[in-house]
Design a protein around this ligand. Structure first.
Ligand code: FAD
Length: 458
């Protein structure tokens, strides 16, 4: 019986897994392999929150495989060397893996293909595993990718998605392939105290609960900061403990305006992925330069520190930055307004903010993070690149009672209602009750004027 290797990367699940299905085809034996890739750590991408979530995912994947008669083989080192070693040990003739979009993933695929072919083995790369509609599947007439979401979404919506694959009933792994123990979630200094649980089971449970009772109200409530009424599926989509194809099919089955708005949001993921696949350099370089002369770690150190620590004096910004540290996650509206505050109001290089988000976000993702940051900074695909979000107006609109701010900023916990959004206007006993809260680091009008001046040079 021939043997195949299935390399798991950002697809840590058993349900709806085309590489695993193909690897098992013809009743083969299969080596389900995960490599703790030192290249990922060297690139600075191994943040404590994501490592902890990853550990949950690997343990759960191993448990799921064991229930089916198999196990997960875990190795550490250079991903290409380890895959070749395992393939040789198992005498496997082919390797299956998911396609992915970052420069790192594209290089990994090329290196792996060359190395395997040199040993007489084949690499099969499967689309529609880490994304739903693959990069390049829909394109405008004049380019290799869409730079505007609305026309992209129109074509994306017309694509027929493949059917959802069941999890395999049994997995047979050849004997004698050495493995490390899957890592355990360990306490570490940078770990967020309220980090979500990882793993396919946790992801499937959350998806089912979301589709049963959350998604219907999504169109109305997705921007309500205190309501916390979004799916929180992003880490599961990032690590692939949920299949985007399955998420979309199941949401469409629920139907209605809530599910439609939710699917549209999931399509943003594919949108950014097709931009990054075509322009991998956009992870670090402006997608469309505005010739900004950004303030930097060197020239804006105090402002950057205040932003990172959630003490800018703008309550909604500070609430969001503290939520990020506490949970390793932040609401989308909060990501938009904190990013706009850093890049536009404080006029700090978007890469500084994107780096901080990647240090903490459990769903931290090259395509989604870097390209959303560029979108907000006006160097990306936003068709209104010079709009600036006013944090006070945003707070009054999306946290009208001030509950989100009070939840995260204890210095303001005793201030009632929307007054919490402008503590500098408080007088008398109210003022005394929030003495510990800092004054604003910048006057919003000054920030806006500086940004307009900078962009008028463009
Ligand atoms: P829901 O509102 O329930 O949406 C469902 C899913 O759709 C999400 O899980 C996500 O996979 C996708 N999605 C939603 N909004 C977006 C979007 N704007 N772009 C791409 N996909 C989207 N998302 C990440 O997954 N990783 C990141 O590193 C990341 N960084 C961001 C940085 C900034 C500055 C901004 C403005 C947004 C960023 N986002 C990122 C997008 C978005 O904020 C999160 O996906 C969303 O908040 C996750 O919460 P949720 O799962 O409850 O989303």
């Amino acid at each position: 019986m021939s043997v195949s290797v299935v390399l798991f990367t950002a697809d840590l699940r058993l349900h709806d897994h085309p590489p695993l299905r193909a690897g098992l085809d013809g009743r083969r034996q299969v080596v389900p392999l995960f490599v703790r890739d030192r290249g990922v750590a060297a690139a600075g991408f191994a943040a404590p929150n994501r490592l902890a979530f990853l550990a949950d995912c690997l343990r759960d994947l191993d448990a799921g495989l064991r229930e089916r008669g198999g196990r997960l083989v875990v190795r550490s080192g250079d991903v290409v060397e380890e895959v070749c070693k395992v393939a040789a040990e198992a005498d496997a003739d082919e390797v299956h893996m998911a396609a992915d979009v970052s420069a790192y993933a594209q290089l990994r695929e090329r290196r792996l293909r060359r190395a395997l072919e040199a040993g007489g083995r084949r690499l099969h790369v499967h689309e529609t595993v880490t994304g739903a509609v693959p990069p390049g599947a829909v394109t405008p007439a004049s380019s290799d990718h869409f730079a505007v979401f609305t026309p992209y979404f129109r074509q994306w919506s017309g694509q027929r998605l493949r059917g959802v694959l069941d999890a395999p009933r049994s997995v047979r792994v050849p004997a004698g392939i050495g493995s490390e123990e899957p890592p355990r979630r360990a306490g570490s200094p940078g770990l967020s105290p309220e980090l979500a649980e990882g793993g396919e089971r946790a992801g499937r449970k959350r998806l089912t609960a979301w589709l049963r009772s959350g998604v219907t109200a999504y169109a109305d409530l997705h921007d309500d900061l205190a309501g916390d009424a979004t799916s929180r599926l992003s880490p599961h989509l990032h690590f692939g403990t949920l299949s985007p194809v399955e998420v979309i099919h199941r949401a469409r089955r629920v139907g209605g305006p809530g599910a439609e708005a939710f699917v549209r949001q999931v399509a943003w993921r594919d949108f950014h992925r097709q931009v990054l696949a075509a322009r991998p350099g956009a992870a670090d370089a402006d997608y469309r330069t505005k010739h900004d002369r950004w303030r930097s770690e060197r020239t804006a150190r105090d402002d950057i520190e205040a932003w990172r620590e959630g003490r800018t004096g703008y309550p909604v910004v500070d609430a969001a930055m503290r939520q990020l540290r506490q949970e390793g996650w932040m609401h989308n509206r909060a990501r938009l307004l904190t990013a706009s505050f850093l890049a536009k109001t404080l006029y700090v290089d978007w890469r500084v903010g994107a780096g901080h988000f990647l240090d903490l976000l459990v769903d931290g993702d090259v395509a989604n993070n870097q390209l959303n940051w560029q979108w907000v900074a006006g160097t990306g695909t936003d068709t209104r690149p010079n709009r600036v979000l006013n944090p006070v107006t945003q707070a009054k609109r999306h946290d009208p009672e001030g509950a989100y701010v009070r939840r995260w900023v204890p210095e303001l916990a005793d201030i009632a209602g929307a007054a919490v959004h402008e503590p500098w206007k408080l007088r008398g006993s109210d003022r005394a009750r929030c003495e510990a809260y800092p004054d604003p680091v910048i006057d919003l009008a000054d920030g806006l004027a500086r940004f307009k001046r900078a962009r008028s040079r463009d």
